[in-house]
Design a protein around this ligand. Structure first.
Ligand SMILES: Nc1ncnc2c1ncn2[C@@H]1O[C@H](COP(=O)(O)OP(=O)(O)O)[C@@H](O)[C@H]1O
Ligand SMILES: [Mg+2]
Length: 272
């Protein structure tokens, strides 16, 4: 049994332990004017799980991420985080509750260094509030020290030390994806949604990003991952959900899902 198979077995065991799913997408629909981008989509991510979300361009994957994380409102349906509905919470409040996403196109501050980008991603620093600066200077100092320590820990973990003081604009596509992952780690999340973490990334760095995601998963962070690189994705996830034209057309173990005739027809362009 190789390391990844073993890892997926651990995740399956945790899923079977009776804990509620960390994330539940329940009957989500979204209309843009007369266009139906999502039609009655349901899926879930078990606590400690690693789930892949695939489908052709325009299937609605990124729109679903935006709805899950609160950047756009659904027309219908509910999102639950550890069993509780989060529909009325802002993206910021959902991040504070432990759920964060990355974007298909990384959104780093290009003129800031890697370290500064990480620092800027720490939520709710007390020093941002004048009241705290005047009346709780000690607390502000402690939070700043903790923030700086978390930044250094993350720089080490993602092996970004060598480029930590470079402006983000100088990074390669893969390094930007690592920084994007680092930025979401600043919120100490329990579930991370990754939108195409391997796109524009060279194979060496893809392997590196996979290792880091697996390590984070072993520390208890759950993942939902949109990715077109199926070879890389199936090295990572134990379950796949497939979308086409705004609906879920298959889900299950990667091998079974990718052999499904409907999936091959829709996604791989192969014979139905
Ligand atoms: N804000 C929007 N207004 C209108 N149509 C949109 C909007 N966002 C996405 N869409 C449409 O919804 C569909 C799904 O898009 P998207 O979620 O980006 O797909 P995917 O990420 O699977 O490639 C596409 O047809 C896209 O053009
Ligand atoms: Mg997309």
């Amino acid at each position: 049994m190789n390391a990844i198979t073993h890892h997926n077995a651990i995740v399956a065991d945790r899923g079977a332990s009776g804990a509620p799913p960390v994330l539940e997408v329940e009957r989500i629909s979204k209309h843009f004017g007369g266009f139906c981008a999502l039609n009655d989509v349901s899926l879930s991510v078990p606590a400690g799980g690693l789930v892949g979300l695939i489908g052709p361009n325009g299937a609605g994957k990124s729109t679903l991420f935006s709805i899950i994380t609160g950047f756009i409102a659904p027309s219908e349906g509910t999102i639950r985080l550890r069993g509780s509905p989060v529909d009325t919470l802002s993206p910021f409040a959902r991040a504070r509750a432990g759920m964060v996403r990355t974007f298909q196109v990384p959104r780093e501050f290009s003129h800031l260094s890697v370290r500064e980008n990480l620092m800027a991603a720490i939520p709710d620093q007390a020093g941002e509030h004048l009241f705290d600066l005047f009346f709780k200077p000690q607390q502000v100092r402690i939070q700043e020290e903790q923030g700086a320590a978390l930044v250094e820990e993350t720089v080490d973990f993602l092996k970004l030390k060598r480029i930590a003081d470079l402006p983000a604009v100088k990074l390669s596509g893969g390094q930007k994806k690592l920084l994007e992952l680092g930025r979401v780690l600043m919120t100490r999340p329990s579930v991370i949604l990754l939108d195409e973490p391997f796109s524009g990334v060279n194979p060496v760095l893809i392997a590196e990003i996979i290792d880091r995601i697996i390590e984070l998963n072993e520390r208890g962070i759950s993942f939902l991952v949109i990715e077109h690189d199926l070879e890389a994705l199936t090295r990572l996830v134990g379950r796949l959900t497939v979308m086409d034209y705004g609906t879920v057309i298959a889900e299950g173990a990667p091998q079974a899902v990718l052999a499904d005739a409907r999936v091959r027809a829709a996604y791989l362009g192969g014979p139905a």
